[in-house]
Design a protein around this ligand. Structure first.
Ligand SMILES: Nc1ncnc2c1ncn2[C@@H]1O[C@H](COP(=O)(O)OP(=O)(O)OP(=O)(O)O)[C@@H](O)[C@H]1O
Ligand SMILES: [Mg+2]
Length: 409
């Protein structure tokens, strides 16, 4: 990491000459290697990306992804997480917090090994953690959100400093604490002459609308509703737990969309709510699918096709209402949903003639984007840059996000 003392801040020497003690708070960091860690709503696994950054400002930031992998959760790990999230008491949540810290540390060491990169060359880890509860703010009440995955354990096992708990500060400032990726989208993917929508389809769907590079317009971003989470839950129920997702949309391709059920599902108040808005498993999860299956006795594959159409249609509805009126030239889909050809075809049909592309067209592995984003948010923390987008989260203003845990001294 190359470090430049900031003109207006006090320069202090690093406390130790060793590589892991290189971070000093009052500095500007113009070259940094960061590992981003993400464990999303789908509970499919831990994404880890190694990203090199050059520059100290959002407008001049350059980046290169040097390695990426997903460490899939085992069935037992997923069930532990799922139980803790739905019925966990303090003991279970505490256990999950520590265990996730261990698993995240393993993912860090694994991505370094697989990429041939020495962990000692990594300056900092940006860890999103695993959301166990997300309650957006309402007219009457502030929001509550909690991500687990003990940063001290990650730092202890890897020797690398960790920035974590990115959402808390935005929530404390009156925001949703989500989505946080839009600031990164603007920094990395804004383009001259093009109004873009960057659509992530993970467990939940979220979109960032970006104006042209030189425009003064604000970005707009929000959660669109379920991404894969309802499809995954239906596949699990249909297969009695043998399958965890609809691989390549095979079941949806066999099934028939029930327009009647789809129209009813689209009545959910979340879809009509004005942005900023965010959601999670609390509104869309296994319980939702159990409830839908009980009320609408469809064949499993028909239900899966209908839930796939729900994801596509809810995204398209949101675009028609809030994005297309601002102008929209191209859409880029990332996250696991981009691997589902039935879902992608439905989305293309809904949005035609606007081109619907994938991460490749952006120059990024679509599976890596969220992990790269949390690396970028750690980079911003280290440079003391506010990195929430208040127009997306609804926070009172820009805030520096994250809590810092030092590496091994
Ligand atoms: N080949 C595939 N065919 C169909 N669906 C797929 C395929 N590969 C992945 N998926 C879907 O993508 C999901 C995982 O996506 P992803 O990792 O982007 O979500 P996530 O972990 O919830 O992340 P986040 O919350 O950060 O967006 C899986 O649960 C599955 O539903
Ligand atoms: Mg995932």
């Amino acid at each position: 990491m190359r470090r430049t003392p900031a003109a207006s801040w006090t320069w202090r020497a690093a406390p130790s000459p060793t590589w892991w003690a290189t971070w000093v708070r009052d500095e500007v960091h113009d070259s940094m290697r960061v590992i981003g860690l993400m464990s999303g709503t789908s509970l499919d696994g831990i994404d880890a990306a190694i990203v090199d950054f050059e520059g100290t400002a959002e407008d001049s930031l350059r980046w290169a992804c040097k390695g990426f992998l997903t460490v899939p959760y085992t069935w037992a790990q997923r069930e532990l997480l799922h139980r803790a999230m739905t019925e966990g008491g303090p003991a279970q949540l505490c256990e999950v917090h520590g265990r996730l810290g261990e698993w995240f540390a393993c993912a860090v060491l694994e991505v370094c090994r697989a990429s041939g990169i020495d962990a000692a060359s990594v300056d900092v880890i940006g860890s999103h953690g695993q959301t166990v509860w997300h309650q957006p703010p309402s007219d009457r009440e502030r929001g509550f959100t909690l991500q687990l995955g003990d940063a001290a354990t990650i730092a202890e096992r890897t020797g690398i400093a960790v920035v974590s708990d990115f959402r808390a500060r935005d929530v404390a400032a009156g925001g949703h604490g989500a989505p946080l990726v839009p600031w990164v989208d603007r920094a990395l993917f804004r383009a001259a002459g093009s109004k873009r929508a960057l659509q992530n389809i993970g467990g939940i769907g979220n979109v960032t609308w970006l104006p042209e590079r030189d425009s003064r317009d604000e970005l707009l971003a929000f959660d669109t509703g379920p991404g894969n989470v309802l499809i995954d839950a239906a596949v699990e129920m249909a297969s009695q737990g043998r399958e965890t997702f609809d691989r390549n949309g095979q079941r949806a391709a066999r099934g028939k969309v029930s327009e009647l059920v789809l129209a009813q599902l689209l009545q959910h108040p979340f879809y009509g709510r004005m942005p900023p808005k965010s959601t999670g498993r609390e509104l869309f999860g296994r319980a939702t699918v159990k409830d839908i299956a009980a009320r609408h006795p469809l064949q499993w594959d028909d239900l899966i096709a209908t839930l796939t159409a729900l994801t596509a249609r809810s995204i398209a509805h949101a675009y028609r209402r809030w994005l297309i009126p601002r102008g929209l030239d191209e859409v880029f889909v990332t996250g696991g949903g981009a691997r589902n050809p039935v879902l992608m075809d439905m989305l293309r049909e809904e949005l035609a003639p606007i081109p619907v592309l994938t991460g490749d067209a952006l120059g990024i592995d679509g599976d890596a984007k969220e992990a790269v984003a949390f690396a970028a948010l750690a980079w911003a923390h280290m440079n003391r840059l506010p990195c929430n987008a208040p127009s997306a989260t609804g926070a009172e203003g820009p805030r520096v996000l994250g809590s810092f845990t030092p590496g091994r001294l």
